[in-house]
Design a protein around this ligand. Sequence first.
Ligand code: NI
Length: 199
Amino acid sequence: MPKRKRKSRNASASEVGVEDDVLLRATAPLQLCYYGNPVLRKRAKPVAEITEAERQLAVQMLETLYATGNGIGLAATQVGILKRLIIIDIGEDDDDTYEPLVLFNPEILRTEGDVVAEEGCLSIPNVTAEVRRPEKIVVAGMDIQGESVHIETDGLLARVLQHEIDHLNGVLFIDRISGLKRQLLRDELLWIQQAERPA
Ligand code: NI
């Protein structure tokens, strides 16, 4: 059996579907915001028009995601920017046509069923919990070109979409677990919160 190909983890303009005449500069990863940072509790604003600045932000967010080494999704809120933009790369390495997902103004139109699965968050390092969420969802939004996108999905993609859309509303996955379970994570959460606070 052939070895699974490892896709290169660099966000390039072509990979996210930006036309060749749009020049995107290579930039350093953005600074992640961690639990305890008040920005994570704010509601992000809709993006009225996708300009080069928004496309640039999407590419920078992908770079930031790949720099983490293990992340599969990021909301603009997590880099301190209150715009309704999420990016997802769940790494379908065996599919040559696979592209990371860039979604502006994502909105959940329909949900069906429910399922429990483990989640973590780049803004809450080393904390995981089982979270119950709808199993199938229909999401609408705009891609990096400003075209309407309609996604009907389940499984990991449905979960990551819901997790990232939650971020745009100031909601964290730990808000969706029982008080008792959250109590068990209290020390870890306090530790992250104190590390985030300016000295
Ligand atoms: Ni998260």
